[in-house]
Design a protein around this ligand. Structure first.
Ligand SMILES: Cc1cc2nc3c(=O)[nH]c(=O)nc-3n(C[C@H](O)[C@H](O)[C@H](O)COP(=O)(O)O)c2cc1C
Length: 330
């Protein structure tokens, strides 16, 4: 049974990898992930704000000690609140590389592609096998059009591609008016992988204090459906590796993601719940299913439920939308 897959140019024995999360901070845990069958690991993000704060004392080009900005910047963690300093992060990458043999992916997380990107070279020199770029941004400026956001995203990627040798995966939001076009632009900018999708941590409102109440809720299989749709639309139509993150909770979810067209899948919530050995459960489940359905290679099943062979994908999506609404029976 050949479950191997190509991920950012690496050959992995199977498609299940650890996504960015605190699981990547502790060397013992990283080793346990590898022993549990994890095929590659994304180290938790180094944030743009962290890098600029350490380098220039500024966040978003503003001085947190300047009275004009103190209130606006008060919500950001202070330098001491991050688990690692930027230099400590690079050293951590080096230590992780010396601890495990699986590919190690550094993660940079920010909203702009200017001053902090030079730090990516330090991560490359520290031994990172690849870089995941997470451009997490909620655009609240009502005068900024979507095209400007897309331009910033793709120019950041092409700029990075000019001076990095290691592959770059881009972890993105689904909230674009035409995500397919964004994927194509990322492809043209040279992205080696597209990671679908950032989970937006949407704060609730506490009705007692009448203030926002942010919290991290782990995902469930329900989060996968949005990813399945876009995998199915993009499979076979763009060059970058398609990686899913969000809602891969069971072996069945993994199989669905592959059928939709995923090359690899990141897991966080399920591993936080079940522990590192769950990677082996995922792989065993996939192998059993492939055996039952007489597939010998992942390439034989990948994308079977995608829209690659569909003549008019937009009409397909529209028809299914109407049928879904019609299927309701009181
Ligand atoms: C506690 C926690 C910390 C996370 N930290 C990061 C991070 O540093 N960088 C990042 O890009 N994503 C981070 N994520 C998001 C995950 O990488 C992943 O995209 C998300 O949890 C969805 O995948 P899942 O359904 O397998 O949990 C974090 C998630 C959790 C739960």
């Amino acid at each position: 049974m050949d479950t191997s897959t190509s991920f950012l140019g690496f050959r992995l024995p199977h498609p299940f990898i650890a996504g960015a999360s605190p699981l990547g901070f502790d060397l013992d845990t990283v080793k346990r992930l590898e022993d549990g069958g994890c095929a590659a690991i994304v180290i938790p993000s180094l944030f743009e704000e962290q890098i600029t704060l350490a380098g220039t004392g500024r966040i978003h080009q503003r001085d947190p000690l300047d009275a004009e900005w103190t209130a606006a910047l008060a919500h950001f963690p202070g330098a001491a609140d991050y688990a690692l300093t930027p230099d400590g992060y690079a050293e951590h990458i080096d230590r992780v590389k010396r601890t495990v043999a699986i590919p190690v992916i550094a993660s940079l997380n920010g909203t702009s592609g200017t001053s902090w990107l030079t730090f990516s070279r330090i991560l490359e020199q520290a031994g990172a096998d690849a870089l995941e770029l997470n451009l997490y941004e909620v655009v609240t400026d009502l005068s900024v059009p979507g095209t400007a956001v897309e331009h910033e995203l793709t120019s950041t990627v092409s700029e990075l591609k000019r001076f990095l040798k290691i592959p770059i995966a881009v972890k993105v939001s689904p909230f674009f008016s035409a995500f397919g076009h964004v994927a194509r632009q990322l492809d043209a900018a040279g992205a080696d992988g597209i990671v679908l999708f950032n989970r937006f941590y949407q704060p609730d409102i506490d009705t007692t204090t009448m203030t926002p109440a942010p919290r991290v809720a782990l995902s469930t299989s329900a989060d996968l459906l949005l990813r399945l749709r876009w995998l199915a639309i993009l499979h076979g139509r763009v060059r970058p590796t398609l990686v899913v993150t969000g809602g891969v909770a069971t072996p069945d979810d993994g199989i669905k993601a592959l059928l939709a067209g995923a090359d690899a899948m990141q897991m966080v919530s399920a591993i936080l719940k079940h522990g590192p050995a769950y990677f082996t459960v995922m792989r065993d489940g996939l192998e059993r299913w492939m055996e039952q359905h007489q597939f010998r290679r992942l390439t034989e099943m990948r994308g079977l439920a995608s829209l690659k062979q569909t003549v008019d994908p937009a009409a397909f999506e529209r028809a299914h939308y109407i049928r879904t609404l019609q299927s309701w029976r009181a």
